[in-house]
Write a protein of this length. Structure first.
Length: 357
């Protein structure tokens, strides 16, 4: 079973958008995810703009919502998909308009910035924002005020901006599709949300979560994933990330007829399954986890000692036998490193004493 102590973020309005490509849950069980969560929670209380990079379906909006939740801001969280708003109405949507500002504007209307006043405005897929609006967005961020379309007077705002993108904005700047000054303004704090294939430790708890949610909706006890099924999920490349995992688990529940989910119940695309020839393309931690499962399936009573020796030996050689660097590399104290070096015959007692002399 997965580690249920790992924090899980969920999308609060998932029932309103059942066909959304957004991730509906995000878990922090994998070491990469735990490190990201610590970084997010350290930065969230500040007022600095945040830029989140990540593929579609990785959970960028959930991270943005978490930033808002723990930021202490009392205003609302407002999410806007820049790629989904009409270019002709985008300025009015973001900054608002006054009555008569254009044909059809029968009354005044506050834009998304004013709606998020005192809180957080999340601009998803900000790389899709037209260049003309990028100029106006930059001004809003600099002046902390908006001017509605058709208005002569600016309105002061207090908004924390969190933006997200699935494209490389630095490359977009070089290509002339994104303003460099706006990029620098947004990129004060940036997070990279790795794709699911690089967060192999998150797959099992996410799968268990979706099993429980959909089993509850269907009115029966959640089945468990067999070891082969879990291995298949962990070997998959997940082009659709968390949203694809949710769909596959939902489908498996519908076609299974028992207490277990077997590989044949998983609708995994053969094109995206890892093969021995493609092993080198698997993420490093995913590859380690895959090989570890193979080792655990064999009778090796000294496996822990062997792996510990391999880790300390490789790190010691990598740092050219420097104890301080080895400790930094492994996140251990120097005393712990010396203990491990002596345990595995890499450091003689005389060498240890010489360090203290």
């Amino acid at each position: 079973m997965s580690d249920r102590s790992s924090p899980i973020l969920t999308y609060p309005e998932q029932e309103k958008s059942p066909l959304s490509i957004r991730a509906k849950a995000l878990v922090f069980a994998d070491p990469q995810s735990r490190a990201l969560l610590a970084e997010v929670e350290r930065i969230a209380p500040s007022l600095a703009p945040v830029l989140i990079h990540g593929e579609t379906g990785t959970g960028k909006e959930l991270v943005a919502r978490h930033v808002h939740t723990i930021s202490g801001r009392k205003g609302p969280f407002v999410a806007v998909n820049c790629g989904a708003i009409s270019e002709t109405l985008a300025e009015s949507e973001l900054f608002g308009h006054e009555a008569g500002a254009y044909t059809g504007a029968v009354g005044s209307k506050a834009g998304w910035f004013e709606a998020a006043n005192g809180g957080t405005l999340f601009l998803d897929e900000i790389g899709d924002l037209p260049l003309a609006l990028q100029v106006k967005l930059l001004r809003v961020l600099q002046e902390r005020e908006v001017v509605r379309v058709g208005a002569r007077k600016a309105t002061a705002i207090d908004v924390r901006l969190v933006a997200a993108t699935n494209v490389d904005l630095a490359q977009a700047v070089q290509a002339g599709h994104f303003r460099q000054d706006l990029y620098y303004r947004l990129n004060v704090v940036s997070f990279v949300l790795p794709p699911l294939r690089q967060r192999i430790g998150d797959i099992e708890p996410l799968a268990d979560y979706f099993l429980e949610i959909y089993a509850q909706k269907l009115g029966f006890a959640a089945p468990r994933l067999t070891a082969d099924s879990l291995a298949a999920l962990q070997a998959y490349s997940w082009p659709g990330n968390i949203r694809e995992l949710e769909n596959i688990i939902h489908y498996a529940l519908l076609v299974s007829s028992g207490r277990e989910i077997h590989p044949e119940h998983l609708k995994l695309s053969a094109h995206n399954l890892s093969t021995p020839a493609a092993t080198s393309q698997r993420a490093p931690l995913a590859e380690i986890a895959h090989q570890l499962k193979l080792l655990l399936g064999k009778d090796q009573p000294e496996l822990f000692n062997t792996l510990e020796a391999l880790l300390i030996t490789t790190a010691y050689e990598q740092t050219r036998f420097n104890q301080v660097r080895t400790a930094e590399l492994l996140g251990l104290t120097r005393n712990m490193v010396r203990t491990l070096l002596k345990r595995h015959g890499l450091l003689q007692e005389s060498d240890s004493l010489a360090v203290h002399s």
